[in-house]
Design a protein around this ligand. Sequence first.
Ligand SMILES: [Mg+2]
Length: 269
Amino acid sequence: MSSLSKNLSELTTKQIYFFDLDGTIYLGDKLFEGVIDLIELLRAKGKNFYFLSNNSSISTNDYLKKLNNFNLNITRENLILSQHPTIDYLKKNKIKKIFLLGTQSLKQEFTQEDFELTEEDPEILVLAFDKELTYDRLVKATQFLLKDNLAYIATHLDNKCPTENSYIPDAGGIAALLYKATDRMPRVFGKPNKDMLLFKLEQLGIVPKDSVMVGDRLYTDIKMGKEAGVTTCCVLSGEITLEMIKNSEYKPDFIINGIWELLEEFNKI
Ligand SMILES: [Mg+2]
């Protein structure tokens, strides 16, 4: 594994740590080694840390439950999810009635945020990671997009989602299916949109180079980090192999096997 980064000391000097979730912090229900100790260490050192996910099949509340079941003791403040900038956009544009391709968990979040979920006369179609999708709803979505030329946005467009047992089709896969039927693609709010990182940096008054984005995907995590001007670190515990990095236009600043190597580096100090 000679292509892995040798000198990781720069990674311990940052003020903000952005972590992708699926494939970086855990795979499905299996938390990677070292995560709990790393988070405790960052907290003790007064560093800021955020968990970012495009996976909008889970509501903010359910993410909190999931992460705190791993004993990470985090709050809503530590989460940046693709539904957050999406909901922000809808509110800013005063859009209320939504046809949502999403799970019950996400529907609850939208309802709590005062949106009206409708099957009849929506103002917009919002595509999320809908693990409860039926053919009947694909038909409705297709008809809204073709017949009514309805406005169309997506929380994110990852093609596939890593699980303990290979991959499952993600929102990008669903969008591809709708594209074949309608010739339309949605506007996207989650990763790799660099605003996912920049709004937090601006809020805290931290310059991009004092932060690092750690993730397992080149076309979302690493692309977004590079475009935002933050240091990027790719883990090989999820979707990406060294071969894929070699062939990609998005080259991370650092490559490590997994998040546990970041903990090892902090323990050297
Ligand atoms: Mg990931």
